[in-house]
Design a protein around this ligand. Structure first.
Ligand SMILES: Cc1cc2nc3c(=O)[nH]c(=O)nc-3n(C[C@H](O)[C@H](O)[C@H](O)COP(=O)(O)OP(=O)(O)OC[C@H]3O[C@@H](n4cnc5c(N)ncnc54)[C@H](O)[C@@H]3O)c2cc1C
Ligand code: FES
Length: 278
């Protein structure tokens, strides 16, 4: 039987990981079977406060729990950040369209993420790693303001390099180094320098970008400059949402409902719209 999309599935918060001073990852065990695909989002209910949209950051192949990585910005997220394991939450969804993995198959995939924008990209990356043979080269570009500001530090700075070095080229940067940092220093767009030499055919390559609006804007421009076509650049758009179902109109962007037609869009669908980076 199809679940009522307005009714949240109860779930228990079982683990909280402090990623940075204002970003935490929350592991939730749903009381009913709950699955999603990378790029889709959920509405998370914090009882007594309200709900807010988040893209799960855990692997969609993980069936026991799901994780969301959340930056503290306002009412719902501040309450969520104060919660301890044991609390009951609610999950609605999944909503929206996932990353089109059928389009990515047999292509090089360049992933570019910054800040909390790495959340949906972690779900995407872990999905690609489950079926590595389906994709060609994978280049994962990650940026943070400082080494301390990386979310998923252990994975991005160490674990994934050991586990996936046969398939993935990591390009990591920080805007500002500390005394321990030995890697690249520069904005995340600098990780794309020379990527064009590694891509043999731009018709057989896609780029996926998620991060703060200004980062997505300059990364998209750089990808266009190095040879990507607008239809091969996939962006995750965030708009204020309410129903998540294409009914209330809160999330309209030009002719699209971000909750239903997105949140993942190829840049070709957005490029002529005003204020997409606001
Ligand atoms: C599809 C989608 C996926 C998202 N995934 C994530 C994620 O994985 N991790 C994460 O940390 N955040 C994510 N967000 C943003 C997150 O939904 C907002 O930060 C959250 O709704 C803020 O709720 P609040 O009650 O704490 O803030 P509020 O008290 O409502 O507002 C505080 C501030 O946040 C801004 N804000 C409020 N709602 C949104 C919104 N929906 N998008 C952008 N800014 C907003 C307001 O302009 C205000 O400045 C996502 C948003 C969308 C639409
Ligand atoms: S959130 Fe209601 S139409 Fe998109």
């Amino acid at each position: 039987m199809r679940r009522n999309s307005y009714l949240p599935v109860p779930g228990e918060l079982v683990k909280v990981v402090e990623e940075t001073p204002n970003i935490k990852t929350f592991r939730i065990v749903p009381e009913e079977e709950f699955s999603f695909q990378a790029g889709q989002f959920i509405e998370l209910t914090v009882p007594g406060v309200g709900e807010a949209p988040f893209t799960p950051s855990s692997s969609p192949f993980e069936k026991e729990f799901l994780e969301v990585t959340v930056m503290k910005v306002g009412r719902v997220t501040t309450t969520l950040h104060a919660l301890e394991p044991g609390v009951k939450l609610g999950i609605r969804g999944p909503f929206g369209k996932p990353y089109p993995l059928d389009v990515f198959a047999n292509k090089d995939v360049v992933i570019v993420g910054g800040g909390v924008g790495l959340a949906p990209l972690r779900a995407l990356f872990l999905t690609l790693m489950e079926e590595k043979e389906k994709y060609k080269k994978i280049i994962f570009c990650c940026g943070a303001k400082t080494p301390e500001d990386f979310i998923y530090k252990e994975s991005i700075l160490d674990k994934w390099h050991k586990e996936f070095s046969d398939k993935v080229c990591f390009r990591i940067t920080v805007d500002q180094a500390d005394e321990k940092w030995k890697g690249n220093v520069g904005l995340v767009t600098t990780t794309l320098d020379g990527v064009n030499e590694e891509i043999s055919d731009f018709d057989k390559s896609v780029a996926v970008v998620c991060g703060p609006p200004v980062m997505m804007k300059f990364t998209t421009f750089k990808l266009l400059e190095i040879g990507y076509k607008p239809e091969s650049i996939y962006l995750s758009m965030e708009k204020n949402m309410s129903c998540g179902l294409g009914k209330c109109g809160h999330c309209m962007m030009g002719p699209y409902y971000v909750c239903k037609d997105g949140p993942v869009f190829p840049y070709s669908k957005l490029k002529n719209m005003p204020k997409i980076w606001d």
